[in-house]
Design a protein around this ligand. Structure first.
Ligand code: TIU
Length: 224
């Protein structure tokens, strides 16, 4: 049994790689490319596109270490039966969920925009969880999958920090998982929301979880 310790905030994050999963949240074209759902809400997607190399590096480290990799995708069925009208009708986006856009129907499973970006494409054997909500535990088999594999610790990356990443970390925390978020591998359309989220997650003695830097995470695997 190997136990590793990572320099993290608010204190060291200790975990067994064999009982740990990497969860990459919603690194989909719909959020990180122009013409998708994120852009339709009025956001500048360039901040999110910029983290793809860091997420790819984290993914490579975890794959090499044999850590289970789980990818999530936010999206809805083509008939929108799993999309609450409150979600589709809220606000005044340039395109609503299900409308045809430059990358196919917005936020619909199976459409080009719903794909994970090619740089982070899942490998055979990696789990892909399609989710209708912001949290990856809501209306998905994620908890069952983690329990079946004996996972106790989760490493998080993806977008957006304060929406789907934070929601999923809170859901995971309430289910008893120790959660670590990699700072360079997550991003928000709003820099101030990212920094506030990092602070609130780790405040009060890791009330929701831990944060660390990609370099510190990598060091744990290279140190003798
Ligand atoms: N809008 C926004 O910041 N995020 C989302 O709608 N979904 C995710 O965070 N994946």
């Amino acid at each position: 049994m190997t136990t590793l310790s990572i320099d993290a905030l608010p204190f060291a994050f200790t975990f067994e790689p064999a009982k740990t999963a990497l969860v990459i949240i919603d690194m989909q074209r719909d959020f990180v490319e122009a013409g998708g759902f994120g852009a339709s809400l009025g956001n500048d997607v360039t901040r999110l596109t910029a983290i793809i190399p860091a997420v790819a590096e984290l993914l490579a480290v975890c794959r090499k270490a044999g850590i289970i990799v789980i990818h999530t995708r936010e999206g809805h069925k083509p008939d929108l039966s799993d999309c609450p009208p409150a979600k589709r009708l809220r606000g005044a986006p340039s395109l609503r969920i299900g409308d045809p856009g430059p990358m196919g129907r917005v936020l619909i499973t199976g459409e080009p925009g719903n794909d994970i970006v090619p740089q982070l494409a899942p490998k055979p054997g990696e789990l892909v969880i399609d989710k209708p909500g912001k949290g990856a535990f809501y209306a998905t088999p994620l908890e069952q999958v983690l329990r079946a594999r004996g996972i106790t610790h989760l490493v998080f990356a993806g977008v957006t920090t304060e929406v789907c990443v934070q929601t999923t970390m809170r859901e995971a925390n309430d289910r008893g998982y120790d959660c670590l978020l990699i700072e360079e591998a997550t991003e928000s359309y709003f820099p101030e929301f990212k920094s506030a989220t990092l602070e609130m997650l780790r405040a009060q003695g890791a009330i929701v979880g831990w944060t660390t830097h990609l370099a510190d995470f990598e060091r744990a695997f290279t140190q003798p």
